[in-house]
Design a binder for this molecule. Structure first.
Ligand code: ATP
Ligand code: MG
Length: 652
């Protein structure tokens, strides 16, 4: 076990204050890279080391499975193995599986592996569109409602009050939501939010179970507390009960899930809720070079509104590093190829591939970078896409491995046996060139690597032990990692860090995303960029391309990067174009869109025509009328003068 001085070494005075605070409420409010996660990890280890709690009495929740896995590893190294560090969902799943039979006198229902299909069925029964995009919009409204504790009946009024931009009539969404719930329960299925709803209800309604739960868990820790939603806050209340042994850490400037109901209000109000709490603020940034920190301060300093207590400026602690670089490309493919070349150069200079990430706004952007990396023969892994253990090839692989156990297949060379068995589900010796086949191969090879890791740790591990390890990881949503460049959405990157980060595809319509057409939504997009910038320890590269891969459409650099590019840099605009303009007539801007393909229009001529120069002109006039009606309705809802043309003045 680590001795006490080691746990307090390597912490600054404020971090130490939070670590040694006695049991009871503790709140750390601080910016990115200031050591919040490190502080709570050390605090947990310290509590265990002092004998104030046992590892099994602590429940630590994080927002991503990877963050939870990293925390468990770190805790083990600090002598606190056995602490449950999990996502909200994984923790709820585990608890529900234990308590469900007691409450319902039956096996727990299965988790649905195809929520999308259920939403589609519900939409279909109401005669609503079953187009992919529409179903996705519907599913995200259902998710928002459930995580905001809103029932189908309450949805129309609540959506209006929250200013939700509903894709269809709110009453129809409410009906589809109710239909989805019905379909799900008649098939005895649960979705992710149900895990949280059920465990909260059980702990609230059953005093005996709540008592049992509370005698087991005595101390709670929440990382990234700024992104808690009402449902998670309710679960946390049910866990903590009337006790106060709760440590929370967060950064309101990194709130990136408010579109899904999250709010930093719990973080900001924590000191008021617990007046006796130890409250610590951290300013020193240990993650990034001063050059990266400066850029992060610039990005967030431009935010229109920052809640009280979030205006701390980060102060870089590391030695100087290279200046963040910016680059503009003609075409997305050029951008992706250039990034792949830069990655190859970094690798040559000794930066491990696992210390490099390409981050982007939406998962769909990943493909072009995957292709460029495959072409350059650089291994990579995609994060934040489909959950690893839900992937078809992994489910097939697991089935094959289980069959082999049933047949009693002998294994002493475990990795070799696993490799042979996985040939049945398509594992080849050589990686396929690219695309989804390559991704499948990467997933399967990750299983082989996991077998190698297991044998290194437990030399006599057999197939049964290996599959048990996979099951445990699946339950904890802790996928094995592939050694390679990480491709991830900005959302999936939160809390993580790499030596080199490429923020790619920074164009209007992507960051901020096209549908961010209110001030609040644009501000959330700005926070996403802040999250992205603050992931980099040393090398940071921001880029954008003026056309889609193979396309001719003109796109424009993100409004957020205008003032970040230093004067004299090749990507800087002539100074005239950067001159601040008088403010436009209003704040909320409606981006002019092509009436055919919906991409953002920039040139005056295109705006006049209402379409991109490369889209056909023979559009259906009825459609055009509908579009006009929609725009004036949106202008009315946003309380802005009619259609406002996109000007540089709004691009601050
Ligand atoms: P985020 O807001 O992005 O989640 P964070 O505040 O949780 O960031 P950590 O991930 O805990 O920050 O720490 C950032 C980096 O700084 C880590 O590599 C961590 O090990 C290092 N670090 C934190 N505190 C110190 C310290 N006192 N001395 C040296 N390194 C530190
Ligand atoms: Mg953190």
């Amino acid at each position: 076990m680590a001795d006490q001085p080691r746990l307090l070494e390597g912490l600054d005075p404020e971090q130490r204050q939070a670590v040694i605070a006695p049991r009871g409420p503790v709140c750390v409010l601080a910016g990115a890279g200031t050591g919040k996660t490190r502080t709570i990890t050390h605090r947990i280890a310290h509590l265990v080391q002092r004998g104030l709690v046992t590892p099994r009495q602590i429940l630590a929740v994080t927002f991503t499975a990877r963050a939870a896995g990293e925390m468990r590893t770190r805790l083990r190294e600090l002598g606190a193995a056995g602490v449950q560090a999990q996502t909200f969902h994984a923790a709820a799943f585990r608890q529900l599986r234990y308590f469900w039979p007691r409450v319902h006198d039956a096996q727990m229902w299965q988790l649905t592996d195809n929520k999308f299909r259920l939403v589609m069925q519900a939409a279909n029964r109401l005669g609503l569109s079953t187009e992919r995009e529409d179903v996705r919009d519907l599913a995200s409204e259902i998710e928002w409602s459930k995580s905001s504790l809103i029932s189908p009946e309450q949805y129309p009024a609540a959506a209006q009050q929250a200013g939700r931009e509903t894709p269809i009539l709110p009453e129809l969404i409410a009906k589809a939501f109710a239909g989805y719930e019905k379909l799900k329960s008649s098939a005895q299925l649960l979705d992710f939010d149900d895990l949280l709803l059920h465990i909260a209800a059980i702990l609230e309604d059953r005093e005996d179970i709540a008592e049992e739960f509370r005698s087991q868990y005595r101390s709670f820790v929440v990382d990234e507390y700024q992104d808690v939603n009402p449902l998670q806050a309710r679960v946390l209340d049910a866990w903590v009960g009337n006790r106060d042994d709760l440590t929370v850490v967060g950064d309101a400037n990194q709130t990136i899930y408010s579109f899904a109901g999250a709010s930093p209000k719990w973080l900001i109000n924590f000191p008021r809720k617990y007046p006796e709490a130890t409250v610590v603020r951290l300013e020193r940034d240990y993650r990034s070079t001063p050059q990266v920190v400066d850029l992060a301060n610039k990005v967030i300093g431009a935010a229109r509104e920052r809640p009280a207590g979030t205006r701390l400026k980060l102060v870089g602690q590391r030695p100087d590093g290279p200046r963040p670089d910016f680059a503009e490309y003609d075409d997305e493919t050029d951008e992706a190829d250039a990034i792949a070349r830069k990655i190859a150069q970094l690798a040559k200079r000794g930066v491990p591939l696992s210390e490099i990430a390409i981050l982007f706004r939406v998962n769909a952007q990943s493909e072009v970078y995957e292709k460029a990396l495959s072409d350059a023969e650089i291994p990579y892994q995609v994060r934040g896409g489909e959950r690893f253990f839900a992937r078809a090839e992994i489910r097939q692989a697991m089935a094959t491995l289980r069959t082999a156990i049933a047949r009693d297949t002998a294994a002493e060379d475990l990795p070799g046996t696993v490799r042979e068995l996985l040939v049945e589900v398509g594992l080849t010796d050589e990686p396929p060139a690219g695309g989804s086949a390559r991704e499948r191969w990467e997933s399967l090879i990750a299983l082989v690597e996991l077998a190698e890791g297991l044998v290194a740790a437990v030399p006599d591990a057999d197939l049964r032990r290996y599959v048990a390890e996979l099951d445990a990881r699946a339950e904890a949503q802790h996928p094995p990692t592939v050694e390679g460049v990480t491709l991830a959405s900005l959302h999936a990157a939160k809390g993580l860090e790499w030596d080199a980060v490429f923020l790619a595809g920074l164009v209007e319509g992507t960051l901020p995303i096209q549908h961010a057409d209110t001030d609040a939504a644009v501000e959330e997009e700005r926070r996403l960029l802040y999250v992205g910038v603050t992931r980099a320890r040393e090398h940071l590269h921001l880029s954008w391309a003026l056309a889609r891969a193979g396309g001719r459409r003109f796109r424009r650099r993100s409004r957020f990067v205008y003032n970040l590019v230093p004067d004299g840099h090749p990507a800087a605009l002539p100074s005239k174009a950067k001159q601040p303009q008088p403010p436009a007539r209003q704040a909320a801007t409606i981006t002019p869109q092509c009436r055919v393909c919906s991409s953002t229009l920039v040139s005056t001529m295109d705006i006049k025509l209402g379409r991109c120069s490369d889209c056909p002109s023979d559009v259906d006039e009825t459609l055009l009328e509908q579009l006009k009606a929609w725009r004036s309705e949106r202008a009315r809802q946003l309380k802005v003068p009619a259609y406002v043309v996109f000007t540089d003045a709004t691009l601050t």
